[in-house]
Design a protein around this ligand. Sequence first.
Ligand code: NAD
Length: 353
Amino acid sequence: MNRFTYAANASRVIFGEGSLAQVGDEIERLGSKRVLVLSTRGHRSHAERIADALGAKVAGIFDGAAMHVPIEIALAARAKARSLDADALVAIGGGSTTGLAKAIALEHTAPIVAIPTTYAGSEATPIYGLTEGGIKRTGRDAKMLPKVIVYDPSLTFDLPLALSVASAMNAIAHAAEGLYAADRNPVSELLAEAGIRAIASAIPGIAADPRDSAARGDCLYGAWLCGTVLGTVGMALHHKLCHTLGGAFNLPHAETHACVLPHALAYNASDAASAMARIAKAIGRPHAPSGLYDLAREHGATRALRDLGLRASDLDRAADLAIANPYANPRPLSRDALRELLEAAWSGQRPAE
Ligand code: NAD
């Protein structure tokens, strides 16, 4: 066995349909008495449900979570946490809501209880992001890692199919890049393969019946494993491209991942053959890039960046930004090759095998 370093990120994970009812016990275990519950405005009803269940232990609700954690929202949420003297943050929602809890915890020490409703995987990482003046900066800090994660598949029954598949591709992307990360290790590889397999096999079940608890549960389970990989090893070309596109052109997160992933993998395929073989095996298709493209296509996910609002005239700037800050990647980066990759993801063509 090769040399490796492995640092586990320890959260307490409560999994299963109906596990939302256990949030009260978890707050009791933490000894918290002044909980701030976080959500988006659209899903305030989720936060109210938690508040009803926790009763007097809830100090307040902040329902302003938004994509990419704008600094103004983070400041308002921190002020609320301070004024309420909140001693725990319960985030119910997708990566945007979990991200808001992390942005608060960066300055206001309080344990996070994350209750994910998408497959973004942020709940399993110590990574935070904040957007200021159109620039999104990210960092890692162990105190951002949620203390408790409650996965209840029934919370995802109403996640629309196209967004479910896009979010699932977001999770798969963490594991796929984890399989060729320079600092991967035997544990991250096991998690990555198992995570991709669980998600790929769950998607057809979700498409057939969005309220299929077993399929939703498998997809959440896979998202947890893939998120754990993201929190453990460094990411490469795919994540950097999505980060650039999201920050500079304000593209939606999950859908951008779904469009870019097949092409980022095609770019790296010749220099990461063993990772590609493992991904292909996990999705049960002969080739990783075209296999993931087909998985998305067969189940209605967006595959073209142009459908997300990126203009052809944006591609040169996107390529310039993508090459501006060098980072580790299996295949060396060249501006012309990145421009080609971006054009393929923009038009939504199927990657060659
Ligand atoms: P999101 O949280 O913004 O949710 C996307 C949309 O889905 C929103 O409109 C939301 O209201 C809706 N939604 C969420 N759950 C739903 C449900 N169960 N039913 C119906 N609608 C639902 O997006 P996301 O893709 O979950 O997360 C993206 C954000 O998370 C980005 O800011 C990204 O940078 C961040 N992220 C961070 C990490 C990390 O490790 N730090 C990892 C992945 C993503």
